[in-house]
Design a protein around this ligand. Structure first.
Ligand code: FES
Ligand code: FE2
Length: 421
């Protein structure tokens, strides 16, 4: 009986490697249909709609997002400090893919597909660790150096023309930005800094490369990844569901100040002169970052670094969320708090003011996103309309539409008859 394997040329993708990230969509979407469906997203903000419910729930859309967004864009996997020493490693999973990032004995940081080149076993199951000397596949014991070379392949002596040099781990691109490690499953496209454009140097004054993590909190949320990004993009909901946040920073304050292909975001303000940061009482356990201009002492900058990193810069700490879709309706989220290294090294260092405030706020947000995920599955939901307070939601939705329709450059977006810069 004919099957999909019959059409393959035997061995054609065996030696050259160069793994394809992500399988094709289970049911390929029709671009003309999708374009029609997304036409109302393209309208000026004052006329535009929200995304249709299918965009959050259809597995075919999700597969297409994995293929066109997560397999082709730069993704933040962690911080350099996570893998400080040879043998330190971390893994991150998105969709069907898993990346392994490891520091080798020469000190170089490598990123590989977390997949054995023999019969494809997942190599490393832990999300992080240290002390690796080599990478031993748990299935038939092929063993790789931390630089990805295949060192040992038991009982392969009689395999004809088998060249171990051709079976090293498949590399994934890895680059750094201000202490953050980013990977890209695609071998094509611009480097990270070129891709970030204006976003790259925008917050150099915060010295993010030298910050140290004070806390990491992991969450699993039953929602679609886009709902988390959209929720982060507006404070329309803040007065109702975040009374603590709204007390410290008014929900209508601030403005968006950067829109490009890599990021979108802007700032909000602390509500009172005596407030120092985002915490339950507006007070901070530490001084602000050195050298910040006075306006930054009153502002919190909130950015989505597309597709899945939420970067929030406070006067005295930086918070990141990285969203890792695990299924069409489930995401893992890693939330981290970064501090001045001298502050973090103090024996009485206490990040709880920041962590407690955002843990409460995060849980309020996750609940809202889960409710929206449930509701939008209903036949009773059709596309909604946007408030002017949801300008950044509209920009994010247009980013998604661009990518789903095969565009890697962003489409200028219109508000009040004016195009964005
Ligand atoms: S699958 Fe890894 S050694 Fe066989
Ligand atoms: Fe919120």
């Amino acid at each position: 009986m004919a099957n999909a394997l019959d059409s393959r040329t035997p061995g054609s993708d065996v030696v050259r490697g160069g793994a394809q990230a992500f399988a094709p969509a289970a049911r390929p979407l029709s671009p003309p249909d999708l374009e029609r469906e997304l036409a109302t997203i393209r309208l000026p903000l004052e006329e535009a709609t929200t995304l249709p419910g299918r965009l959050y729930h259809d597995p075919a859309v999700y597969q297409e997002e994995l293929r066109t967004i997560f397999s082709r864009m730069w993704l933040c996997v962690g911080r350099e400090e996570d893998i400080e020493n040879p043998g330190d490693f971390l893994t991150r999973a998105v969709g069907q893919e898993s990346v392994l990032v490891v520091r080798d004995t020469s000190g170089q940081i490598n990123a590989f597909h977390n997949v054995c080149r023999h019969r494809g076993s997942r190599l490393v199951s832990e999300s992080s660790g240290s002390g690796l000397k080599h990478l031993l596949c748990p299935y038939h014991a092929w063993t790789y150096g931390l630089d990805g070379t295949l060192r040992v392949a038991p009982h392969m002596e009689d395999a004809r023309d088998f060249d171990r040099g051709q079976f090293g781990l498949n590399r994934v691109r890895l680059e750094r930005w201000d202490g953050f490690l980013f990977i890209n499953f695609s071998k094509e496209g611009p480097g990270l800094l070129e891709h970030l454009g204006e976003m790259g140097p925008k917050f150099a004054r915060y010295g993010m490369g030298g910050l140290r993590r004070g806390k990491r909190v992991a969450y699993t949320v039953e929602t679609n990844w886009k709902m988390l990004c959209e929720n982060y993009s507006e404070c329309y909901h803040c007065a109702l569901i975040h009374p603590e946040l709204n007390k410290v920073s008014h929900y209508t304050s601030g403005e968006i100040d950067l829109i490009n292909r890599a990021a979108v975001g802007g700032w909000m303000e602390l509500r009172r002169e005596e407030y120092q940061t985002m915490s339950l009482n507006g007070r901070s356990n530490r001084p602000p970052f050195e050298g910040l201009p006075s306006e930054d002492l009153r502002r919190i900058h909130y950015y989505i670094v597309y597709p899945n990193m939420l970067l929030s810069l406070h006067p005295d700490y930086v918070m990141t969320h990285v969203i890792w879709p695990q299924d069409v309706g489930r995401c893992d989220i890693v939330c981290e708090f970064l501090f001045d290294s001298h502050q973090a090294a103090k024996p009485d260092f206490d990040p709880s003011d920041a962590v407690d405030f955002w843990d409460l706020t995060n849980r309020q947000d996750w609940h809202a996103c889960e409710l929206a995920y449930q509701g939008t599955q209903s036949g009773g939901y059709t596309k909604g309309r946007l408030s002017p307070l949801e300008w950044m939601v509209h920009i994010f939705d247009n980013f998604v539409a661009d990518r789903l329709l095969g565009k890697t450059e962003w489409t200028p977006i219109v508000r009040s008859g004016k195009e964005t810069p």
